[in-house]
Design a protein around this ligand. Sequence first.
Ligand SMILES: [Cu+2]
Length: 157
Amino acid sequence: MKKHILLGSLLLLISNMAIAGGAHVMDEHNNGMKNMSKMDHSSQQTPTRTINVAASDMMRFTPENWNIKSDEVIKFVVTNTGNMEHEFVIGNLSEMREHAQMMKAMPSMKHDEANAVSLAPGEVKNVVFAFNSSGKFQVACNVPGHFEAGMKVNFII
Ligand SMILES: [Cu+2]
């Protein structure tokens, strides 16, 4: 199992390098995201815990202290309590920053991936994420201006 995860990470790294070296076109982005979901197998795993999170026009996710331990499979139930569009994207820190760069290139990009959802005002969506490795993680909203306004949560597990 460990070996499988490592191989997945390696492939992801290579595909990310390819993306970084080339143009940020939609196809490459989609492939990258598919690799991400393959790697964490998130949608196939049974959640061990549910965390309710609100995404608000105050540019915050609340609550933002989740105290997640390694090997937990978290079902985030995300509610957009605001009047504008928000995102909930989760991943390890380095993957997240690459995703943010792509969002800057294509601000209108919408998501419904294993680890990323776009939420219209009032919308509720689930994201199941398996924390099967320790490290630095981040949840962010990459709608232009929101991350910069503080719409992010950093945590270490
Ligand atoms: Cu937002």
